[in-house]
Design a protein around this ligand. Structure first.
Ligand code: PMP
Length: 390
């Protein structure tokens, strides 16, 4: 009783601030139109950018291996959890990312935490973009190195911080490739030049860029034609499955296998998921037209919303954040969208800064143009109703 009372008091504060979160139940496979709880909704908030999460080739690939290898991997990779499918997928990821080697983790979150908590040592410094993902922040917190934050994609500020940190032993610049809440692309070409000038290493979390950016979907490295020291990614967004990975040199992967605690002490992902991911990468590399189509939909949505008076961030990635500002108004906006059959949840502090609450839209190759038209029409109506646009 005492325990629950204490927690209820804490939760009440969250509720009073309008920041309480609850779960919704997806009653259909991931696709643009889904049954959520008991209501049909057009979903504009999924990371299934290329529509692969429910792709038949992936489902069949997983199904075949599922029957052969069972549902669980039964142990960590270093004990009984390693299968030929884990190795096949790692080799495939390395060739996709054009690195010597790759290592699977159970999630992108754990890949970030694993790298950042093991690679930098005491006496080193991590220079981290202000808007980096929570898993990078947590990785930095677990690291024995110090962390210095630079302003979001601000290269002058990063250079200042590099000048100020000359006395540290090793320096690491760590950045999202595509920022999950703003949809901005990190200027990786400029970051690489600064790293070269100031003798720093570069770590990129390409969670949202993998499968989306670059001619062959290899991510921000391909988009800018550069090769960072460490590329981290997830299979859970455009690739459509589950799991995280790190791609880099052979010696770095060997280092992680021996030092990253989130690799060593975690049960391996199931072989069936590796097989589905392998099938996904075969598709992703040949999805040039789909990527172009995706980005043309992004452009249509962003331009149309700006034309009717909204402030929209991002621009060249499927993440389209529409800034509403006030938290309560953003929640009301999301509820009104839902009443109209559109699912695009409100993103509020602490996920984003105070006063920057937003509706974070994401678009996928599967969205039909009539669904996009309906979205734009609804934004026009609700925006006027709530006095956000004229
Ligand atoms: N990095 C970024 C930028 C992300 O947006 C996410 C997922 N929200 C992750 C890492 C974590 O990936 P995963 O979902 O595979 O744990």
């Amino acid at each position: 009783m005492k325990f629950d009372k204490w927690l209820n008091e804490r939760l009440d504060k969250t509720k009073e601030a309008g920041l309480h979160r609850t779960l919704r139940t997806m009653n259909t496979a991931p696709r643009p139109e889904m049954c959520i709880d008991s209501q049909q909704q057009i979903v504009f908030s999924s990371n299934n950018y290329l529509g692969l999460a429910n792709n038949e080739r992936l489902v069949n690939a997983a199904g075949t291996v599922l029957h052969e290898f069972g549902v669980g991997s039964s142990g960590s990779r270093l004990t009984t959890g390693n299968s030929k499918w884990h190795e096949k997928l790692e080799n495939r990821i390395a060739s996709f990312k054009q690195t010597e080697a790759a290592l699977l983790f159970s999630s992108g979150y754990l890949a970030n935490v694993g790298v950042l908590s093991s690679l930098p040592e005491k006496g080193d410094v991590l220079l981290s973009d202000q808007l980096n993902h929570a898993s990078i922040i947590d990785g930095c917190r677990l690291s024995k190195a110090e962390t210095v934050i630079y302003n979001h994609v601000d290269m002058e500020n990063l250079e200042e911080k590099l000048k100020e940190t000359g006395s540290y032993q090793h320096r690491f610049i760590v950045t999202d490739g595509v920022f999950s809440m703003d949809g901005t692309i990190a200027p990786l070409d400029k970051i690489m030049s600064l790293a070269k000038r100031y003798d720093a290493f570069v770590i990129v979390d390409d969670a949202h860029a993998t499968g989306v950016l670059g001619e062959n979907g290899r991510g921000t490295s391909e988009y800018f034609g550069v090769f960072p020291d460490v590329v981290i990614g997830t299979l859970s967004k455009a690739i459509g499955t589950e799991g995280g990975f790190v791609a880099g040199s052979k010696v770095f992967i060997d280092f992680l296998l021996n030092n990253a605690r989130t690799f060593i002490y975690q049960t391996a992902i199931p072989p069936s998921i590796c097989a589905a991911s392998y099938a996904a990468l075969e598709i992703v590399e040949h999805s040039k037209e789909e990527r172009q189509l995706l980005l043309s939909k992004v452009k249509q949505i962003k331009t149309s919303l700006e034309e009717i008076g909204y402030t929209v961030k991002g621009g060249h990635t499927p993440i389209i954040p529409v800034i509403i500002g006030d938290t309560q108004k953003t929640v009301t906006f999301a509820n009104r969208l839902q009443e109209k059959g559109i699912y695009a949840p409100a993103i509020r502090p602490p996920t984003v800064a105070k006063g920057e609450s937003r509706i974070r839209l994401t678009v996928t190759t599967d969205h039909q143009f009539k669904q996009i038209d309906y979205l734009l029409e609804s934004f026009n109506l609700i925006g006027k109703e709530l006095n956000i646009i004229k």
